[in-house]
Design a protein around this ligand. Structure first.
Ligand SMILES: [Zn+2]
Length: 371
């Protein structure tokens, strides 16, 4: 199946800074290409059109959009508005509703410069990442039915085009990745296999602990993280024995959500910084790569901040930090996760060097003992 064969508009992948412009957003909703790729493609198309003989002055947005859509694998099908026909949005949508064609996405650029992507009664616009409905967009006043339309055409996919990789560096460093809603449905997780249950549960535990030994820790992230870590430690072993109990799935899903909210405040730290290389080189699943080192990292963090030590003692219900470290090691090994770096291709002799490198990275610098 190609990514162009679905009957829905695509979420707009906002992987660039600044305000989202309506035309690139509409093209992103049609094609599924991240905004960075759409904006880059539009400027390449404008440059290419300027270089063509016969194109004088400014390149119109409709010409640039038309070429960009073509390069993304979409060919024009029907033209509803051009320099001779300027329907208002209501008329345009009436004509489109009468003959939309199968899977034809409609790009409409208004005289005002606003642009929308339509597919059936779904609408993609710069105002939200997810496609919304015609009724909702008209209701909130973003889409005005009497606005004059400058250009409108339907397009259909004519060749599969790979979706460009989003600009992850931007997505990871700028807090634009806040979702508008999270659907936590434990029933969907009932069939999650054992290995993925372990890895995702431990990833969530790592998120919780990493937000605690973190220079950005704050009272809100702390309470979420402590509650999440305690719940994961209590629930994960039970869940692995009874994987089809919805109540346990739900408890773990809630804890993972709390851990996610905690580290969205702080970012992750040393264990994550160490993990990426291990995953890339050895294919170790993320949740294992970012959690096997947690006992060692807890030992490093210990004694730096009395409040942190206290929190860790609370989580593991022990009275000395060495016991918390031992308890976490036993917990991981009980789940079949080795805490020996050699298992992941790192000889003991290289460990300190790895830690030093990781501490110098962006996430490593979040670690409480880094300074
Ligand atoms: Zn993670």
């Amino acid at each position: 199946m190609t990514t162009t064969s679905t009957r829905t508009l695509r979420p707009i992948i906002r992987d660039r800074a600044g305000t989202v412009e309506p035309i690139p957003a509409a093209i992103a909703a049609i094609t599924g290409q991240p905004l960075t790729a759409v904006v880059r493609m539009l400027s390449q198309c404008i440059a290419a059109l300027k270089g063509m003989s016969g194109v004088q002055g400014e390149v119109s947005p409709e010409d640039a959009s038309h070429v960009a859509l073509h390069r993304f694998g979409y060919e024009p099908h029907r033209l509803y508005a051009d320099q001779n026909r300027h329907p208002v949005v209501g008329e345009l949508l009436g004509a489109y509703a009468r003959s939309p064609g199968p899977c034809e996405r409609l790009l409409a650029i208004c005289e005002s410069g606003l642009a929308f992507a339509f597919l059936g009664d779904q609408v993609g616009a710069w105002t939200s990442s997810a496609p919304t409905t015609l009724r909702a967009l008209v209701g909130e006043g973003t889409l005005e039915l009497d606005a004059p339309v400058r250009f409108a055409m339907t397009v259909k996919a004519h060749r599969p085009t790979p979706i460009a990789a989003p600009d992850h560096k931007f997505l990871e460093t700028v807090a634009i990745t806040w979702p508008e809603a999270a659907i936590v449905d434990a029933d969907l997780m009932l069939s999650l296999p054992h290995a993925a249950t372990v890895a995702s549960g431990l990833d969530a535990l790592s998120h919780a602990l990493e937000s605690l030994w973190n220079v950005h820790r704050n009272p809100v992230s702390t309470s979420l993280a402590v509650s999440a870590a305690r719940a994961i430690i209590h629930t994960l072993p039970q869940l692995l024995v009874q994987p089809d109990r919805p109540v346990l799935r739900e408890r773990l899903a809630t804890a993972a959500l709390q851990a996610g909210l905690a580290f969205s405040n702080t970012r992750t730290a040393l264990a994550h910084s160490l993990s990426y290389d291990i995953t890339l080189k050895h294919g170790t699943p993320h949740g294992i790569a970012c959690s096997f080192s947690l006992p060692r990292i807890m030992q490093l963090a210990a004694g730096r901040d009395p409040e942190l030590d206290e929190l860790l003692l609370t989580i593991f219900e022990v009275s000395h930090i060495d016991d918390a470290v031992a308890s976490l090691s036993a917990f991981l090994e009980g789940l079949g996760v080795s805490v020996d770096p050699l298992t992941y291709g790192i000889p003991e002799a290289d460990w300190n060097e790895r830690i030093a490198q990781a501490l110098a990275g962006a996430r490593g610098r979040n670690f409480i003992a880094a300074t």
